[in-house]
Design a protein around this ligand. Sequence first.
Ligand SMILES: Cc1cc2nc3c(=O)[nH]c(=O)nc-3n(C[C@H](O)[C@H](O)[C@H](O)COP(=O)(O)OP(=O)(O)OC[C@H]3O[C@@H](n4cnc5c(N)ncnc54)[C@H](O)[C@@H]3O)c2cc1C
Length: 380
Amino acid sequence: MNKIDLCDLTKCTQCLSCVMKCPRQCIAMETSEAGFSVPSINRQECIECGVCMQVCHQITPVIENKKNPSAVYAAWNLDDKIRCLSSSGGVFSAFAEKIIKKGGIVFGAAYIEGLKVKHIGVDTIEGLQQLRGSKYIQSNIGDCYKEVKSNLQKKRLVLFTGSPCQVAGLFSFLKTRYDNLYTCDFVCHGVPSQKAFDIYREKIGLSQSCIKKIGFRDTERWGFKMSLDGVSIPLINTYYLKAFTKGYMFMESCYSCQYATEYRISDITMADFWGLGDRIPFNHSKYKGVSLLLINSEKGERLTFECADSLFLEERTLDEAIQGNYNLSHASLRPIERNTYYEDSIRMSKFRLIRKYRLFPSWRDYLRPLKRCLQNLCQK
Ligand SMILES: Cc1cc2nc3c(=O)[nH]c(=O)nc-3n(C[C@H](O)[C@H](O)[C@H](O)COP(=O)(O)OP(=O)(O)OC[C@H]3O[C@@H](n4cnc5c(N)ncnc54)[C@H](O)[C@@H]3O)c2cc1C
């Protein structure tokens, strides 16, 4: 009997390490109806070497890398333009710029043709705009780990950014520790498949469009807002964001994520600093966005220190961070709606889907632009 057993649909995070490392290339990914993939072994070709199980971070955890943050900051990029174009406070751009200015390369999620999301490497400051901003769609890791490795072996500085499971996948793939590798993950709510987004895109009539970028975050005030190449989407069409927030479309493994904890896998963890100032006073305006930074290693400390001239930094407590950010202590709950959402989103009309899953815009969504106008007037 073959002793090799890989992850099932409820555990696989699709890092593809097993596919890339198999010496016989006998592992393929099979795609589920929801558009997520799982590894499948060609048993005839398999030589039972076990490499695939060693490089699977769900089977052979990379636990020794998990660290308790040594420092917690409320932070933002001192460049207001970058701060507003980013999801929270724009800290990612500060780290990425530093690495590029030192001749390094930064890997992260970008939109490519057809509004697909893929991990790419960028080594120019202008190129960074492709990585900036949260895309609430699973990023296809492609050959990225191989590219990271090749750059590391050439002694180039590398910053890899992504979800915690993508960072774990990279560590499992590399197996070796590299001094020239920096990693940044984020506190992660969960990832919907590219297919979930493609179905949505068709439903709102965007299938043939030449739109290059879909935004999920407000560029004027810290918060959520969907836009197409910078233009707001009518509220009724923003139901994708609601389904994301409610966790209806996540990869199955997100609901039991082992990385949804304060013990982090990367050198630095970025997030939105939700709840900042609720219990301990914070004496600065938050309206342009505030990042939470967890510094998890000496490398993370060094990089943050080197970026100190481009960042506002105020030390806060880990308790405050955990209080405001559910996914720092729990994986997202799997709602019952997850069982049917994908199937329904394919067969139902937009309005039926919105009605069945209660994805209507709330009165708060309608009032928000008015509130914003008033707040802007008060700021002036
Ligand atoms: C799917 C997803 C879920 C998230 N869930 C939470 C949450 O529950 N709580 C919270 O506080 N913060 C969450 N975040 C993180 C947060 O939205 C910001 O990305 C983070 O605070 C960094 O913001 P920034 O302003 O510094 O930089 P930004 O410029 O906004 O961030 C860009 C960085 O995010 C990476 N990125 C963007 N989209 C993806 C993607 N699809 N897959 C992998 N990497 C991606 C880029 O590679 C880059 O490193 C989530 C982000 C994503 C993408």
